[in-house]
Design a protein around this ligand. Sequence first.
Ligand code: ZN
Length: 431
Amino acid sequence: MLTSLDLLEKIAATPTPWHAVQNVKTALEEKGFSHLPAWENQSFGAGDFYVTRNGSALIALRIPEGLNPEKASFRVTAAHGDSPCFRVKPDGMLTGNQPRLNTELYGGSIHSSWMDTPLGLAGRVMLRTEEGIVPKLIFSQKPVAVIPNTAPHLRPMNDGLVLDPKCDLIPLCAGGDLKEMIVEILKESGEDFPKDAVVGWDLSLVIPEKGQVIGSAEEGLLVSPRLDDLECVYTCLEGFLAAEGPENVISVFALFDNEETGSLSYAGAAGTFLKDVLARVLPDERQRQAAFARSFFVSADNAHALHPNHPELSDGQNAPRMNGGIVIKYNAAQRYMSDGFSGAVFAEICRKASVPVQTFANRADKRGGSTLGNLSEAQVPMRGVDIGLPQLAMHSARETAGCKDVDYMVRGITAFYSEDFSLSDEGLQWN
Ligand code: ZN
């Protein structure tokens, strides 16, 4: 079973969405899943498979033996592997009295949380070889940059200062040549490439160190970078791998990229990745549409917990507590896909598994965020819920969540994939 300490290890080894796909691939292959390359026309029979897109999104499938396509349905969980960070621009460096990395913000981070902390460099680099161009993942845990604050002696720092991305948030580094930095990082992992072999990159500045636990690892708090949404990625994956699906149920685990920038991309939930893969599983359009009408989608992305210093920011009743269980998120404007029926379905599955659930709804005057579920819905029509684990400081460089909730999510998702039930507009029926 995945413990909160295991989760911190996994998150520390996942600085970027490309690393998320690589690590999930490794976990799947250890369980006997095989890769079906999206660029080859292979059919999907019974068995355990995965497909990737752009190296930053992945869909894993368990297709049961003896599947009757006339009775098939999908059970999907989806989470995202990207997090707010600083992306290195194509020209890489700014010159001046101290070398600086030319970056822009990826996603909506809390700017102040990135100040005065050592930053690592991670992502993929494109290398020219004799045969062509090869993408390779890199991760320098040894810090390469820092974004220093200005001293309060020079300008007021505690009177509502707004940090300006174009000057306040430019990272300083020691070396003056990005390609040299890349070649050095490759060398540390035993790969020897000349500087002029580096022909492109998707690189981020990230918090390189592992998160920590406050209090006990069973009931305390987790403080870690990238809990949104790697906590859901690894807990849902654990549940997906632990479950034995019922007859005629195709279990699907989806890891998307680009949620933090709106999901509309090649590897994002608003793109066609899931739709395209499910069309390969059930190629007959009418069979697939009927299967969708019997299916259920769980969009798993962390939720805002009640902040003890700012309870007024939450709805008084629908304000989840850390260590209080899985959160089902509701929004009248359907930014979350949960409704009364789908919420009841998921809550009942959790109740049967003795997993506590809580609800989240925005304070009535707040618009709130959106996530994967309703965007994916436009491509793949299924009923479903938006869920997450309660956390504080979402989009901070380091976020806070509850240790106990890790186990709740694994058990809830295992039950979701394992329970034998049928769905239609006429309701849920336990089989
Ligand atoms: Zn998220």
